[in-house]
Design a protein around this ligand. Structure first.
Ligand code: GLC
Length: 499
């Protein structure tokens, strides 16, 4: 045991877990630790690998813009630019009760949403954590699970008198994976993302699959709209803030949606839609630079993540940015330094060597640690990885976290800038509704995006402002379901009076 303990305690993490820590008073200890000089040398190396200059960012924006255009012009491109069949902005006057099911990268959420008009709403919901096994099982089994959870939720709402028995409820299904749509209540899964790999689902219509599970479980719900979290966020954010032009998700995955003139989507010109009609585009920008890897600054850690993922070559942009991967990037750097004999000599590091054991939430905590001793970082390393750290090592880890987090935010700025510049929003300015754990919880993520936008556009970058979006996967899905209901079934007739 180290001789010089000064104190100990515990903190409760946002995840509910308890993190224990103890402090040591000096860097000199009975374990061999990395020298400050050696860490400083390494930090310089990582700085040059992870820092994005404004010039490099502008180059990325140009290439990004080209990919967006190509995706609109032709089907089957790397960035698929998916027409969503969500036409125009909500009026804010949509009303009624809707179910929403949100199958996200981490959780399944089921909601009952009441739209009250004038941009107002109420929502009741239940959340279920998805296990890694569920993400890999047979697709129909996954949809059965969604239907079972929805059934439990609906039954509880019927029992408490909120929903009338024997009513068929209109349902907006938020399925946040790239799906080819040719109408609002249909979507063929192009590929799984965010580590999902459920079999017999890619290439299938996920609405038909979910419908089958709803019928099997006798859930009184009719899917009237399939949407993605970004499209939902775009619509929900505009419902409350009409200056919104773009929506982004920075969570387990990352993606954006915006409203496009139908006339500027050449690949659907054969449908004869009025050129001036507006349709939301789900960019699926996480796929930018996939396969060819020509534009993004990938380090060897990014390459390892890609090669060891269940989808090598795919989602190249997302793998540098989203919450699923940032912790793993830092873990790989630390493991390399362990292998080189720089860190944790004489300590058992097997816990750090487990892939994906370093949660991205740890990076947030490391960057936000307010104590001089960096007590939270002590806690992370002792409690979760059973290794001792010196203050200098903790400062080094914090600096590394900052490099990884900052690069993610600056790359996110490049994506936003590409849409802004393609759509000509810079002079007039616009609001960007953003959601997701990274955006909401990672300290300074939004500020770094704004800084990045100014590095790309200069002073005018200030015209583009991101803000915490409305709940797209719940409220947005309900609004979209509400807008499309007339073509499917008359929802209000089958629903009880508002909550
Ligand atoms: C992944 C999905 C995309 C989703 C994003 C954020 O990129 O492919 O559909 O919007 O994650 O959840």
């Amino acid at each position: 045991m180290p001789a010089s303990r000064r104190g100990s305690g515990s903190v409760t993490l946002p995840t509910g877990q308890t993190l224990a820590f103890h402090t040591r008073s000096s860097d000199a200890d009975d374990l061999p630790h990395a020298t400050k000089k050696r860490m400083a040398d390494h930090l310089r190396k990582y700085e040059s690998l992870f820092t994005l200059t404004p010039q490099r960012m502008r180059m990325i924006v140009e290439a990004f813009k080209d990919s967006l255009e190509t995706g609109l012009a032709k089907a089957g491109q790397v960035v698929p630019m998916i027409p969503t069949y969500v036409f125009g902005w909500p009026s804010g006057e949509e009303t009624g009760n809707f179910l929403a099911v949100d199958l996200g990268g981490t959780n399944l959420r089921v909601c009952l949403v009441t739209l009250e008009g004038e941009g107002k709403f109420e929502i009741t919901q239940s959340k279920y954590r998805l296990t890694e096994e569920q993400k890999q099982e047979e697709g129909q089994v996954l949809f059965d699970f969604c239907a079972e959870c929805l059934k439990t939720f609906v039954d509880s709402q019927i029992e408490s008198g909120v929903i009338r028995k024997d009513c068929l409820l209109p349902l907006g299904f938020t399925f946040s994976y790239p799906c080819l749509q040719d109408r609002i209540d249909h979507g063929e899964l192009i590929r799984w993302t965010k580590g999902f790999g459920a079999s017999n689902t890619e290439g299938h219509d996920v609405v038909a699959m979910f419908r089958k599970s709803l019928e099997k479980n006798k859930v009184p719900a009719e899917i009237v709209a399939l949407t993605c979290d970004t499209t939902g966020t775009l619509i929900a954010s505009h419902y409350v803030n009409p200056r919104t032009r773009i929506a982004c998700i920075f969570g387990t995955g990352c993606n954006a949606a915006y409203m496009e003139r139908a006339g500027d989507i050449p690949k659907i010109s054969h449908l004869g839609i009025d050129g001036n009609a507006e349709m939301a585009i789900n960019c699926e920008w996480g796929a930018f630079d996939s396969f060819e890897h020509e534009n993004l600054p990938r380090t060897k850690y990014d390459q390892i993540i890609d090669e060891t993922s269940n989808k090598p070559g795919e989602q190249a942009f997302e793998k540098l940015i989203s919450g699923r991967y940032l912790g793993e990037i830092l873990r790989l750097i630390i493991c390399e330094l362990i292998d080189e004999g720089v860190l944790f000599l004489g300590q058992n590091t097997y816990k750090l060597e487990i892939p994906y054991s370093f949660d991205t939430a740890f990076l947030s905590l490391m960057e936000s640690d307010p104590t001089d001793e960096l007590l939270m970082i002590i806690g992370i390393f002792t409690h979760f990885f059973a290794v001792e750290t010196t203050l200098a090592e903790r400062q080094f880890f914090r600096a590394l976290a900052k490099l990884v987090g900052k690069r993610a935010a600056r790359l996110s700025a490049c994506g936003i800038a590409a849409i802004v510049s393609k759509m000509g929003y810079l002079d007039e300015g616009c609001a960007v509704g953003a959601d997701g754990s990274l955006y909401n919880k990672y300290p300074g993520f939004a500020e770094r995006i704004h800084e990045g936008l100014q590095d790309i556009f200069g002073e005018k970058g200030k015209n583009i402002v991101t803000y915490h979006a409305e709940d797209g996967s719940g409220i947005g899905a309900a609004i979209i379901a509400g807008s499309s209901q007339s073509t499917h079934l008359s929802c209000r007739e089958v629903l009880s009076s508002p909550l």
